[in-house]
Design a protein around this ligand. Structure first.
Ligand SMILES: C[S@@+](CC[C@H](N)C(=O)[O-])C[C@H]1O[C@@H](n2cnc3c(N)ncnc32)[C@H](O)[C@@H]1O
Length: 485
């Protein structure tokens, strides 16, 4: 990649088209946003500076800032033909080191912070050797950004928007920012945790492909901060700038809810799953631990065909098999343990061919990256326990964008194992499994689960969501009528 493209990535430099910025400002105006002063903190070539100055014509100041002097030069040039130029101030600065409190204090009246922060993650920065990052240690005195994000990967815009909320938490004001939809949700969750007094929140979907050529779910996040109003972290989601009807998302019982009306209507089922949903086996060595069976023996991912006892071999179905409803493909997985932490040495006598096979591949198995393998018995695996050996299962693939449960019968008298992209419940009898499947397919159960799923996420189906459904309540509650159904 050439230097120019690297810089573009490091600075998340995707300029908003003028027409979109104007549409957004007009939209905010119809919502009653009437700022006295406006800040565009990473204004680039100024689409929002110009649009905001035009639409909010009673604002006394529009402050546009950017780290890129060339962009500001372009904007100065554009201003020369603009009647609003006298109210516009421009400043070249680095968002991460600027004294924003000083700048915001200097702007009297109601403040609107508007724009489109850089679209880049800290992980992307480290891949390209970029340095356009916040100083983690001085963030809000919370002991580092990672402490609150709970993840080492974060979007720069997530950090910037939280900083922006701090400017307004005491004085109030409005924020309107283009963001990845997933970032908008994270910011709302952070705001709730940090007790930032959000009085109103809405997102409006933006076609990022059309406007930025980016294949990402994006939105306008519009927040009203009011220090003296009762805070609410529910957020109305609109599918376009001209849509009048939206659905409300928020948080309930510690979980993000993608449709509060549906969740509230089905909340009689929100509790604890009678059986804990588990994820499939984790071994981090597919080339060695997974096989295809043929007349010649078991062939591993390295292309070696070997003879093994069937003691430790179980039929295997992967997330893609479960998600796309495929039949079993004569594949097996080698399980070295029946419970996490169990001693693996008895295999030396119980299954000597298997033990010798493991020894032959010990170099690769011992080098598995995660430290959990180094701490456990040699050749250990995860995702096993009594539950893993019950014959019947109901499985779902966490990566597929469909709420489709699949009944999985034992194969050749053995329970079917899954990889760790599959979540499942297990049962001793077919009858139990079928009854539970019917409960999971009940319309109220599906509605509750759907109301907790955000389909734009990479792994939309999570155990935390599945475990929230108390399907045992269905027998008594299915007669309860909800206004929605
Ligand atoms: C996604 S672009 C959006 C530009 C403008 N807000 C718009 O809507 O057209 C992000 C902008 O952030 C600027 N930027 C990146 N890192 C910055 C930093 N550390 N401080 C200030 N501006 C920065 C880039 O130069 C770029 O103009």
């Amino acid at each position: 990649m050439n230097r120019k493209n690297l810089k573009r990535i490091e600075f998340g430099d995707f300029q908003t088209p003028d027409a979109l910025a104007l549409d957004i400002c007009r939209h905010l105006h119809t919502l009653g946003v009437r700022p006295d002063a406006i800040i565009e903190p990473s204004c680039g070539k100024g689409a929002f500076v110009l649009a905001a100055a035009q639409v909010f014509d009673t604002a006394h100041t529009v402050l546009g800032c950017d780290i890129n002097e060339a962009h500001l030069g372009t904007l100065r040039h554009r201003l020369a033909q603009h009647s609003c130029a006298a109210r516009i101030q421009l400043e070249c600065l680095d968002f991460f080191t600027a004294d924003w409190m000083k700048r915001t204090r200097a702007l009297s009246g109601r403040l609107l912070v508007i724009g489109n922060f850089p679209w880049v993650t800290n992980a992307a920065q480290s891949v390209i050797g970029g340095a356009n990052l916040p100083e983690k240690s001085n963030f809000l005195g919370l002991g580092g950004f990672e402490a609150i994000s709970g993840a080492s990967n974060f979007d720069i815009s997530e950090w910037m928007l939280l900083e922006t909320l701090r400017w307004l938490e005491k004085r109030g004001g409005d924020i309107a920012m283009l963001l990845k939809t997933s970032v908008a949700r994270k910011v709302l969750a952070h705001a709730e945790r940090l007790h930032i007094p959000i009085a109103q929140a809405r997102t409006v979907a933006i076609d990022a492909k059309r406007h930025f050529g980016a294949a990402v779910d994006a939105c306008l996040l519009a927040l009203r901060v009011e220090p003296h109003a009762a805070p609410s972290y529910d957020c109305t989601v609109f599918s376009g700038l001209h849509e009048r009807e939206g659905k409300t998302i928020g948080r309930r019982h510690g979980l993000a809810v993608s449709d509060l009306d549906v969740f509230d209507a089905c909340s009689f089922l929100a509790g604890k799953s009678p059986q804990k949903w588990r994820s499939g086996v984790k071994h981090d060595a597919a080339a060695i631990m997974e096989f295809t069976r043929s007349a010649a023996g078991y062939t591993n991912g390295l292309g070696e065909t070997v003879q093994l006892e069937d003691t430790c071999l179980f039929p295997l179905m992967k997330g893609s098999d479960i998600g796309s409803d495929k039949a079993w493909r004569n594949t097996f997985v080698l399980l070295t343990q029946r419970a996490v932490g169990a001693d693996t040495r008895p295999l030396q006598t119980l299954a000597p061919l298997t033990w010798n096979y493991l020894l032959a591949h010990a170099q690769r198995l011992d080098a598995r990256a995660s430290t959990v393998y180094a701490k456990g018995p040699r050749f250990c695996i995860f995702g096993v326990g009594d539950y893993a050996f019950r014959p019947w299962r109901i499985a779902i693939c966490s990566l597929y964008k469909a709420l489709r449960f699949r009944l999985v019968a034992p194969i050749e008298g053995r329970p079917v194992m899954f990889d760790d992209t599959v979540y499942y419940l297990s049962f001793e009898t077919e009858r139990e499994a079928r009854c539970t499947l019917a409960a999971l397919e009940n319309k109220h159960a599906r509605a509750l689960l759907s109301s907790l799923i955000f389909w734009d996420e990479k792994r939309p189906i999570k155990t935390a969501i599945l475990n929230k459904l108390d399907y045992s309540r269905l027998s008594t509650a299915s007669t309860a009528q909800s206004s929605l159904f």
